[in-house]
Design a protein around this ligand. Sequence first.
Ligand code: A2P
Length: 373
Amino acid sequence: MSFSQKYHQLPTFDKHAGEHGSLQRKVPRKRRSPFLVIAIIMLLGVSIPCIRMARSRALLSACHGPQRNSSTLANLPSHYTLPSGDKIPSVALGVWQASQGEVGNAVKTALSTGYRHIDGAWIYRNEEEVGQALKASSVPREELWLTSKLWNTFHAPEDIEAALDQSLTKLGTDYLDLYLIHWPVAFKEGTTVLDEDLTADPYPTWQKLEELVDKGKIRNIGISNFNIRRIQNLTANNLKYQPAVNQVELNFWNPQPELLQWSKENGLLLEAYSPLGSDKQVGKSLSVPEVKDIACKLGITPAQVIISWSVQRGTIVLPKSVTPSRIAENLAVFELPQEDFERLETAATSHPPQRVVNPSAGWKLPFDVFDGQ
Ligand code: A2P
């Protein structure tokens, strides 16, 4: 078996044993006092049941009251319709931070579990492995929804089609269902230095993407990480195709109710990335009292509560997982009873917003990418 450079195979045997012909210890074992052994056994005898009891008490207290059977809950929409008429699945497998060596299996598991929507990007550096997994699956291309994103270094008009072609080749397809401008930020070629000319106005990039739609290489185009002002700057132009979606961070900690409301009023669908709060906050998200309470009451998991809430808010949701059981769990969304939905919405929008993802400082931008210049 070969391992990626990151992992080293641990020895499963003493590599010197063969040389010395024996696995026996060379240093004689010290004799332990029988009193110490008895004391350890007694301590274990008392503490194990205590730990078990405490654990079941914690579970019981988390799940007091009548529990509903999730099979009695209504389903949420499985698709949304975009301005092009295409139907996009409401739950995708997100592959940001799904590392090479893991992402292929995650995609295969997702497809066999019923996912048909994979949300990726050039910069995730895993499109090749995603493409191999797609090829290995028997799902016909027309049943799949593939999204990728134009990275910040490729906004120069002559670079855009070449960047798209790279993603197409790696994914092993001749068209994408959705291609997004990853950030409203352009870097000078091959650097992370801001290209202010291209950042100031995303319209030239958009026009190029429109051409690629007409060429048949992309079916829908959209934006990502755009705030309302930036969307308005873009759409003030005479666009041939309106943005189909805006992919932004949306989760319990950063629910962005104003952006959601504005987007609904303006017919722009939002896609929720890091819906569980990403690696950094997932534990905290799943421990929110309201989330746990609703999960217990409805007989579903805390992750399902949050993912269901995201779809019920009218957004597409892109949970990332490389764990087979979680991948399956995350696809099962249920309509939360109105009182539970409102309880969670109120809890999410009642604390100061906190983003997990803001690369402005890391990229040394002279502005906050979410607030503007
Ligand atoms: P893993 O990939 O190891 O399964 P987000 O979608 O907000 O970016 O969150 C991704 C993080 O949440 C990852 O650490 C992922 O772990 C974890 N995760 C995904 N689904 C679940 C789940 N159903 N229960 C618990 N953790 C989950």
